[in-house]
Write a protein that binds this ligand. Sequence first.
Ligand SMILES: C[S@@+](CC[C@H](N)C(=O)[O-])C[C@H]1O[C@@H](n2cnc3c(N)ncnc32)[C@H](O)[C@@H]1O
Length: 213
Amino acid sequence: MNFLDPKLEDYLAQHHTEEPELLARLNRETHLKVLQPRMLSGPLQGRFLAFLSKLLAPKYILEIGTYTGYSALCLAEGLAPDGELHTLELNDELETMALSYFKAAGYSTQINMHIGDALQSLETLSRPWDLVFIDADKPRYLDYYQKVIEQMPRGGIILADNVLWSGKVLEKPDPNDESTLALLEFNTFVQEDDRVENVLLPLRDGLMCIRKK
Ligand SMILES: C[S@@+](CC[C@H](N)C(=O)[O-])C[C@H]1O[C@@H](n2cnc3c(N)ncnc32)[C@H](O)[C@@H]1O
Protein backbone atom coordinates (compact mmCIF):
# COMPACT_ATOMS: atom_id res chain seq x y z
CA MET A 1 0.00 0.00 0.00
CA ASN A 2 1.02 3.56 -0.56
CA PHE A 3 -0.10 6.14 1.95
CA LEU A 4 0.45 9.13 -0.30
CA ASP A 5 -1.89 11.04 -2.55
CA PRO A 6 -1.24 9.81 -6.15
CA LYS A 7 -0.51 13.41 -7.26
CA LEU A 8 2.13 13.75 -4.56
CA GLU A 9 3.51 10.37 -5.55
CA ASP A 10 3.86 11.56 -9.17
CA TYR A 11 5.63 14.68 -7.96
CA LEU A 12 8.04 12.61 -5.85
CA ALA A 13 8.71 10.39 -8.87
CA GLN A 14 9.70 13.48 -10.85
CA HIS A 15 12.14 14.60 -8.17
CA HIS A 16 14.53 11.77 -7.57
CA THR A 17 17.52 10.81 -9.65
CA GLU A 18 16.49 8.61 -12.53
CA GLU A 19 16.45 4.86 -11.99
CA PRO A 20 19.55 3.42 -13.73
CA GLU A 21 18.73 1.77 -17.07
CA LEU A 22 19.65 -1.75 -15.88
CA LEU A 23 17.33 -1.40 -12.88
CA ALA A 24 14.52 -0.16 -15.13
CA ARG A 25 15.04 -3.30 -17.24
CA LEU A 26 14.97 -5.53 -14.14
CA ASN A 27 11.83 -3.76 -12.93
CA ARG A 28 10.12 -4.38 -16.30
CA GLU A 29 11.24 -8.01 -16.55
CA THR A 30 10.06 -8.70 -13.00
CA HIS A 31 6.62 -7.26 -13.85
CA LEU A 32 6.43 -9.39 -17.00
CA LYS A 33 7.71 -12.70 -15.66
CA VAL A 34 7.56 -12.98 -11.88
CA LEU A 35 4.65 -13.38 -9.46
CA GLN A 36 3.90 -10.55 -7.03
CA PRO A 37 6.01 -7.82 -8.69
CA ARG A 38 4.77 -5.28 -6.14
CA MET A 39 7.30 -6.83 -3.75
CA LEU A 40 10.09 -5.10 -5.68
CA SER A 41 11.25 -1.89 -3.94
CA GLY A 42 10.77 0.34 -7.00
CA PRO A 43 12.45 3.60 -8.06
CA LEU A 44 11.59 5.88 -5.09
CA GLN A 45 12.61 3.50 -2.33
CA GLY A 46 15.42 2.16 -4.50
CA ARG A 47 16.94 5.61 -4.92
CA PHE A 48 16.65 6.14 -1.16
CA LEU A 49 18.48 2.84 -0.48
CA ALA A 50 21.22 3.80 -2.95
CA PHE A 51 21.50 7.31 -1.47
CA LEU A 52 21.85 6.01 2.08
CA SER A 53 24.30 3.31 1.06
CA LYS A 54 26.47 5.92 -0.69
CA LEU A 55 26.48 8.02 2.51
CA LEU A 56 27.64 5.05 4.58
CA ALA A 57 30.01 3.43 2.03
CA PRO A 58 29.50 0.12 3.87
CA LYS A 59 31.99 -2.72 3.78
CA TYR A 60 29.46 -5.36 4.80
CA ILE A 61 25.85 -5.24 3.62
CA LEU A 62 23.24 -7.86 4.50
CA GLU A 63 19.89 -8.12 2.74
CA ILE A 64 17.16 -10.50 3.89
CA GLY A 65 14.79 -11.10 0.95
CA THR A 66 16.44 -10.83 -2.48
CA TYR A 67 13.39 -11.43 -4.71
CA THR A 68 14.72 -10.52 -8.21
CA GLY A 69 17.66 -8.48 -6.92
CA TYR A 70 16.40 -4.91 -7.35
CA SER A 71 17.09 -3.63 -3.83
CA ALA A 72 20.38 -5.56 -3.64
CA LEU A 73 21.61 -3.64 -6.68
CA CYS A 74 20.48 -0.33 -5.18
CA LEU A 75 22.31 -1.10 -1.91
CA ALA A 76 25.41 -2.23 -3.83
CA GLU A 77 25.76 1.23 -5.39
CA GLY A 78 27.37 2.47 -2.15
CA LEU A 79 29.41 -0.64 -1.37
CA ALA A 80 33.09 -0.01 -0.52
CA PRO A 81 35.46 -1.17 -3.30
CA ASP A 82 36.54 -4.16 -1.17
CA GLY A 83 33.04 -4.65 0.27
CA GLU A 84 30.70 -7.65 0.28
CA LEU A 85 26.95 -7.77 -0.04
CA HIS A 86 25.19 -10.94 1.14
CA THR A 87 21.57 -11.38 0.13
CA LEU A 88 19.35 -14.19 1.46
CA GLU A 89 16.46 -15.74 -0.47
CA LEU A 90 14.27 -18.78 0.16
CA ASN A 91 12.93 -19.26 -3.39
CA ASP A 92 15.53 -20.90 -5.63
CA GLU A 93 13.44 -20.10 -8.75
CA LEU A 94 14.55 -16.48 -8.42
CA GLU A 95 18.25 -17.27 -8.37
CA THR A 96 19.01 -17.34 -12.12
CA MET A 97 17.36 -14.01 -12.82
CA ALA A 98 18.90 -12.21 -9.83
CA LEU A 99 22.38 -13.57 -10.56
CA SER A 100 22.15 -12.55 -14.23
CA TYR A 101 21.45 -8.94 -13.19
CA PHE A 102 24.22 -8.94 -10.54
CA LYS A 103 26.58 -10.06 -13.31
CA ALA A 104 25.30 -7.49 -15.80
CA ALA A 105 25.85 -4.76 -13.19
CA GLY A 106 29.44 -5.94 -12.62
CA TYR A 107 28.88 -7.19 -9.08
CA SER A 108 29.18 -10.96 -9.55
CA THR A 109 32.16 -11.19 -7.22
CA GLN A 110 30.86 -8.76 -4.59
CA ILE A 111 27.23 -9.85 -4.31
CA ASN A 112 26.74 -13.28 -2.74
CA MET A 113 23.27 -14.78 -2.97
CA HIS A 114 22.44 -17.45 -0.38
CA ILE A 115 19.49 -19.68 -1.19
CA GLY A 116 17.62 -21.13 1.78
CA ASP A 117 15.76 -20.03 4.87
CA ALA A 118 17.28 -16.74 6.05
CA LEU A 119 17.53 -17.70 9.73
CA GLN A 120 19.40 -20.86 8.76
CA SER A 121 21.70 -18.95 6.39
CA LEU A 122 22.45 -16.51 9.21
CA GLU A 123 23.66 -19.39 11.40
CA THR A 124 26.72 -19.71 9.17
CA LEU A 125 27.08 -16.08 8.09
CA SER A 126 28.54 -13.62 10.53
CA ARG A 127 30.03 -10.24 9.61
CA PRO A 128 30.25 -6.81 11.31
CA TRP A 129 27.28 -5.63 9.23
CA ASP A 130 27.38 -1.90 8.45
CA LEU A 131 24.04 -1.90 6.65
CA VAL A 132 21.19 -4.40 6.89
CA PHE A 133 17.95 -4.40 4.88
CA ILE A 134 15.24 -6.65 6.33
CA ASP A 135 12.61 -7.35 3.68
CA ALA A 136 11.33 -10.95 4.04
CA ASP A 137 9.09 -13.07 6.19
CA LYS A 138 7.39 -10.54 8.50
CA PRO A 139 6.80 -12.96 11.42
CA ARG A 140 10.58 -13.31 11.78
CA TYR A 141 11.55 -9.61 11.71
CA LEU A 142 12.38 -9.57 15.43
CA ASP A 143 14.47 -12.75 15.11
CA TYR A 144 16.47 -11.21 12.27
CA TYR A 145 16.92 -7.99 14.23
CA GLN A 146 18.10 -9.79 17.39
CA LYS A 147 20.51 -11.88 15.36
CA VAL A 148 22.17 -9.04 13.44
CA ILE A 149 22.18 -6.24 16.02
CA GLU A 150 24.75 -8.15 18.09
CA GLN A 151 27.08 -8.42 15.09
CA MET A 152 26.89 -4.77 14.09
CA PRO A 153 29.41 -2.04 14.92
CA ARG A 154 28.30 1.25 16.51
CA GLY A 155 26.79 3.42 13.80
CA GLY A 156 25.54 0.39 11.85
CA ILE A 157 22.17 0.87 10.18
CA ILE A 158 19.21 -1.49 9.89
CA LEU A 159 16.34 -0.70 7.53
CA ALA A 160 13.18 -2.78 7.96
CA ASP A 161 10.62 -2.58 5.16
CA ASN A 162 6.79 -2.80 5.27
CA VAL A 163 6.51 -2.03 8.98
CA LEU A 164 3.22 -0.14 8.45
CA TRP A 165 1.83 -3.24 6.70
CA SER A 166 -0.75 -1.40 4.59
CA GLY A 167 -1.87 0.51 7.69
CA LYS A 168 -2.85 -2.67 9.55
CA VAL A 169 -0.59 -1.67 12.47
CA LEU A 170 -3.07 1.16 13.17
CA GLU A 171 -6.06 -1.15 13.58
CA LYS A 172 -7.09 -3.67 16.21
CA PRO A 173 -5.21 -6.77 15.00
CA ASP A 174 -6.95 -10.01 14.12
CA PRO A 175 -5.51 -12.55 16.62
CA ASN A 176 -4.83 -14.92 13.68
CA ASP A 177 -2.93 -12.34 11.63
CA GLU A 178 0.59 -13.46 12.41
CA SER A 179 2.35 -10.84 10.26
CA THR A 180 0.53 -7.83 11.74
CA LEU A 181 1.07 -9.08 15.29
CA ALA A 182 4.76 -9.67 14.59
CA LEU A 183 5.24 -6.23 13.04
CA LEU A 184 3.50 -4.57 16.00
CA GLU A 185 5.84 -6.44 18.33
CA PHE A 186 8.85 -5.51 16.19
CA ASN A 187 8.00 -1.80 16.05
CA THR A 188 7.41 -1.67 19.83
CA PHE A 189 10.60 -3.59 20.55
CA VAL A 190 12.74 -1.26 18.43
CA GLN A 191 11.08 1.80 19.93
CA GLU A 192 11.99 0.59 23.45
CA ASP A 193 15.46 -0.76 22.65
CA ASP A 194 18.08 1.42 24.39
CA ARG A 195 20.82 0.12 22.09
CA VAL A 196 19.46 2.03 19.09
CA GLU A 197 17.96 5.26 17.80
CA ASN A 198 15.20 4.97 15.22
CA VAL A 199 12.84 6.81 12.90
CA LEU A 200 9.86 5.30 11.06
CA LEU A 201 9.49 6.86 7.61
CA PRO A 202 6.14 6.72 5.75
CA LEU A 203 8.02 5.71 2.60
CA ARG A 204 5.96 3.22 0.57
CA ASP A 205 4.73 0.65 3.12
CA GLY A 206 6.75 2.09 6.01
CA LEU A 207 10.52 1.94 6.43
CA MET A 208 11.91 1.66 9.96
CA CYS A 209 15.40 3.19 10.03
CA ILE A 210 17.50 2.07 12.99
CA ARG A 211 21.00 3.13 14.03
CA LYS A 212 23.04 1.23 16.59
CA LYS A 213 24.38 3.63 19.26
C1 LIG B 1 9.43 -8.37 -0.45
S1 LIG B 1 10.35 -9.57 -1.30
C2 LIG B 1 11.96 -8.82 -1.36
C3 LIG B 1 12.02 -7.67 -2.32
C4 LIG B 1 13.40 -7.14 -2.59
N1 LIG B 1 14.11 -6.84 -1.36
C5 LIG B 1 13.29 -5.87 -3.41
O1 LIG B 1 13.05 -4.81 -2.83
O2 LIG B 1 13.40 -5.94 -4.64
C6 LIG B 1 10.59 -10.82 -0.07
C7 LIG B 1 11.41 -12.01 -0.51
O3 LIG B 1 11.73 -12.77 0.66
C8 LIG B 1 11.71 -14.14 0.33
N2 LIG B 1 11.52 -14.91 1.58
C9 LIG B 1 10.36 -15.19 2.22
N3 LIG B 1 10.59 -15.92 3.33
C10 LIG B 1 11.94 -16.10 3.41
C11 LIG B 1 12.80 -16.76 4.31
N4 LIG B 1 12.33 -17.41 5.39
N5 LIG B 1 14.12 -16.73 4.08
C12 LIG B 1 14.63 -16.08 2.99
N6 LIG B 1 13.85 -15.43 2.10
C13 LIG B 1 12.54 -15.44 2.29
C14 LIG B 1 10.57 -14.27 -0.66
O4 LIG B 1 10.74 -15.43 -1.45
C15 LIG B 1 10.69 -12.97 -1.45
O5 LIG B 1 11.46 -13.14 -2.62
